[in-house]
Design a protein around this ligand. Sequence first.
Ligand SMILES: CC(C)(COP(=O)(O)OP(=O)(O)OC[C@H]1O[C@@H](n2cnc3c(N)ncnc32)[C@H](O)[C@@H]1OP(=O)(O)O)[C@@H](O)C(=O)NCCC(=O)NCCS
Length: 245
Amino acid sequence: MRKAIPEQVSQTEITFKVEEIEAILSPPDMVIKPWSPMYCDLKQKDGAKKTMLIRSIERDEIPLVLPYIKRYMDIDRDLYDVVGARVYAELLAMLRNRIKDEYFLIGTVDGELAGIANGRLLSEKINISLHTMAFMRGMNAGAVLYYAKCVYCFEVLQQEEFWATYESYNGWKRWGIGMALPTYPYPDVQHELGGARVFYLTRKYWDAYIREYTKQLAGTELLPNPLPELLEKNKQLIIPTEILV
Ligand SMILES: CC(C)(COP(=O)(O)OP(=O)(O)OC[C@H]1O[C@@H](n2cnc3c(N)ncnc32)[C@H](O)[C@@H]1OP(=O)(O)O)[C@@H](O)C(=O)NCCC(=O)NCCS
């Protein structure tokens, strides 16, 4: 838009360095406690045991993971397509500094990507759950990754509320129903994912009931302080070659 100037000016054009514009266009992140790696034992349907490490994605791993997530956009099964498309956008936005305070956890088994879970901080008090995906199926990798986000919210960041919504029946069954979560009045309060209902988890409810839920759901516990050997085994990220749905 242009408008007549109200008085004489010494410069009729002012230019900016794109670095200056970047400082305005990229949302400023808060300084938050990082996620420290945790691990759990998972059982596959055939009884085989797998140890999954949950750690934050490294920035230089993002370009390796993006093409794998992209493949899920074409999987019209169990809502992998819409979740894949959104996760791709969120991960790319993280790389391009176009999302505020996103965290992105990856679950790996012997280095191989088993699933992801991401979210972002709306404020110091409220944690927004974005997505969870399981790439190794049938061993509750996704269930535990989602639980890890709650641990991050309540135990590490000491936040007050965790706001989720569910695109898929599996997600809703595992966590919305599984954790018996209430919803905020709808449509007055909408989740940033497509304007769906907000299912919320409060600190009180977490402390009273939900902290133990992962034992019920996945029959496992999320443990801190993985041994150096486990960290070493999972240092080099291996992208799966196949899509299992
Ligand atoms: C939702 C999700 C993260 C749950 O992950 P998970 O806890 O590891 O669970 P799985 O995906 O392995 O299994 C979910 C159910 O589907 C069944 N299942 C479906 N296809 C399966 C397959 N190919 N192999 C094994 N199990 C399969 C499982 O037996 C399980 O049944 P149960 O609920 O009776 O235990 C995962 O299903 C997923 O990534 N879905 C697509 C993306 C999505 O919906 N994300 C959440 C958005 S709300």
